[in-house]
Ligand binder design. Sequence first.
Ligand SMILES: Cc1cc2nc3c(=O)[nH]c(=O)nc-3n(C[C@H](O)[C@H](O)[C@H](O)COP(=O)(O)OP(=O)(O)OC[C@H]3O[C@@H](n4cnc5c(N)ncnc54)[C@H](O)[C@@H]3O)c2cc1C
Length: 398
Amino acid sequence: MAERSRSRVVIVGGGIAGPALGMFLRRLGFEVVLYERRPSEAVEEGLFLGVAPNGMNVLAELDLHRVVEQISVPCHGFQFQNARGDVIGTIDRQDDRVRFGAGLQMVRRGDLHRVLTDGARAAGVQVHFGRALSDLDRTDATSVVARFADGTDDRGDILIGCDGIRSTARQLTLRDAPEPAYSGLLDFGGITEGVNVPIPTGVNVMVFGRRAFFGAFKTPTGQVWWFHNSGAKQLDILGSEASARREHVLSLHRNDPAWIGDVIAATQQVLGPFPLNDIVFMPRWHDGRVCLIGDAAHATTPSAGQGASLALEDAMVLAQCLRDISVPEKAFAAFERARRSRVEAIVKQSRRNGSSKAASGPVQGWIRDRLLPFFLQLGAKWQERQYAYRVDWRQQYL
Ligand SMILES: Cc1cc2nc3c(=O)[nH]c(=O)nc-3n(C[C@H](O)[C@H](O)[C@H](O)COP(=O)(O)OP(=O)(O)OC[C@H]3O[C@@H](n4cnc5c(N)ncnc54)[C@H](O)[C@@H]3O)c2cc1C
């Protein structure tokens, strides 16, 4: 943007895309102010996620990869089991560092937020917690006014919505935007320790149970980070009491390998249900001086393990577009052109990955167990193409 040193960017959302974008924009000399709805950075939200090598390489561009490696656990591979506990396939990821410059890192969401927020502050981003966007005033053609639920407001030359799948910035800007769609899967999860679990350390173990899917990651300190996905009509379980969650999840794994029940039973706080939603196609990602990135533009289900990494890639590419193109609307259009096909392909693939998790009958299970090794090979190749994807800071968007 012209006169960058005086251009003021308002970022809404301090999850993953927001702080990363703030850091890239500060590098370019923009004035950046970030507003986050959570009341304070101390609030823990969500459980854990995997940052893929392509996302880690964006963090390396921000010089944050080492600190993220320190607070996370490397994942060396995937192991798939059937409902009897037989291993029906594996993917070895030990060479990822050599092949892709970084490995898949499993990290607690709150820890990642903290590193990104600290990094943004250190880079000169003004970060404000407890400020939820509630309205936008776009009557002036050269700026945007963000209004917050606490009655305050702020004006930016542009505003970037990084406020996630239920984006308020999207609702206020693209009034005909589609609502996120429910994938048919509900997610529960937890973190437990002190249970002796017969699974390898540092490997994502995925179990196709009789009635539900279970994922577990054992850390070197003996914690087990786990999630459960089951096919359900959303409204069946959404209203369930906290005390009923554990029983609900346990009941769906009653006939699966016993260690799964042990892990769930030992978990103090079973979190969920989180309905897994996505947005496969958003007709536009920007309008006037407002642009959306990350989940606000193209939310994906977690089944491809790419949502966070895509948000990081978006942040870098949008900053590059704003660096190279002085008219915001043109920069936003260039960003959308650069990103759309990649993210839509991943959102669709993630949906497909998720469809194999829903419970199937014994015959389908028998067929799946036999076909899985073949599909795993294809899946591993697809995963490697995503891992190898690199955003290059030197690339020009003119
Ligand atoms: C159960 C689950 C597991 C997942 N696992 C993985 C995984 O292993 N790997 C992976 O890559 N991805 C995973 N994902 C997806 C990943 O979490 C998202 O794609 C990623 O967080 C998107 O980043 P973001 O910054 O766009 O949005 P978010 O991380 O959602 O951040 C949005 C931020 O905006 C804030 N906000 C919302 N509304 C407002 C408002 N009105 N005003 C101000 N602030 C607001 C929110 O509080 C939040 O902090 C998972 C998702 C789920 C649901």
